[in-house]
Design a protein around this ligand. Structure first.
Ligand code: FAD
Length: 264
């Protein structure tokens, strides 16, 4: 299996750096091929701007989606973006690894998504008509590939529980898991989240590392989050609302889009 890890931490001598080494060693030990995109080490350009679209005329107004669509179709995107897209095609499984910063991914990783997820590549794929909103949410260029998050958080697990002050972790990660991974077609595995990490002692580090090794060993077998597919007949056209009566008992908001209770 080919595994691509998109790593977003500015310091390799960090907890995240140590966990990256754990994950890579385990995956290689299992015989998998691994590539790491270490975004800070690569000095990844995070902001989308005119430089991303070399064919854009100097006086032409930048409309990001249409410029992206045009450059992607003409194979004219910048080399750094094309290299990441090639890695995504190569990968069977993609992992985003990052510390939770302000309840979200670090800006450099969001910038990777903004630039690499071109129109025609990650969105704007398939038929768009009054009958269909394209190939997305379970279909698309990344269909058949698995993806998961490795996240470290300073907060306690209780802070991220159902009644926790920070909001439930599944809700906070929904825009990434559902919006960034499921949207272009990935099958999304439950995230690996290490909590309360800021004063981690060696004993707890060993526990977290063991849990992460287990998650690496079960990448191919773990049950995914059962998000509902857009084109699976459960959403009304063209409003894309879940049809009445299909929700799992008690589910509201984000949880509406999960077909059954998560199995972990
Ligand atoms: P490090 O700082 O590198 O290490 C953390 C601990 O692990 C240290 O005790 C260190 O000694 C130990 N450690 C490191 N490497 C090893 C090793 N090899 N072996 C054994 N022990 C080791 N948290 C939230 O919960 N929610 C937020 O919204 C949030 N926002 C943040 C925003 C910012 C800007 C910042 C800076 C932090 C935020 N945090 C938040 C906390 C953040 O999530 C954690 O600081 C981060 O996840 C820790 O990961 P790290 O790799 O940077 O850890």
């Amino acid at each position: 299996m080919n595994v691509l890890i998109i790593f977003a931490h500015p310091e390799r001598h960090s907890l995240n750096g140590a966990l990256l080494e754990v994950a890579v060693a385990e995956l290689k030990g299992l015989g998998h091929d691994v590539q790491v995109s270490d975004l800070y080490a690569m000095q990844w350009k995070a902001a989308v701007d005119r430089a991303d679209f070399p064919d854009l005329g100097p006086d032409e107004r930048l409309k990001v989606a249409s410029a992206s669509s045009r450059e992607f179709a003409a194979d004219g995107l910048t080399d750094d973006v094309k290299a990441e897209q090639d890695k995504l095609h190569w990968a069977d499984t993609v992992i985003f690894q990052f510390p939770l910063w302000w309840f979200a991914m670090p800006a450099i990783l969001k910038g990777w998504v903004d630039r690499v997820y071109a129109c025609g590549f990650a969105y704007g794929v398939g038929e768009h008509s009054d009958r269909r909103w394209g190939d997305r949410y379970g279909e698309g260029m990344m269909a058949g590939k698995r993806a998961m998050l490795i996240v470290t958080a300073g907060g306690w697990p209780e802070h991220y529980s159902e009644r926790g002050i920070n909001g439930q972790i599944d809700d906070l990660l929904f825009p990434i898991n559902h919006g960034i991974l499921f949207y272009p077609g990935f099958t999304v595995l439950p995230p690996f989240v290490a909590y309360r990490v800021d004063r981690l002692d060696d004993t707890r580090f060993r526990t977290v590392a063991d849990e992460l090794r287990e998650r690496m060993r079960t990448l191919q077998t773990r049950l995914p989050i059962p998000y509902r597919k857009q084109n699976g007949g459960e959403y009304q056209i063209p409003t894309m609302e879940l049809k009445p009566g299909l929700e799992t008992s008690g589910a509201v908001r984000f949880a509406l889009h999960v077909a059954e209770p998560k199995l972990r």
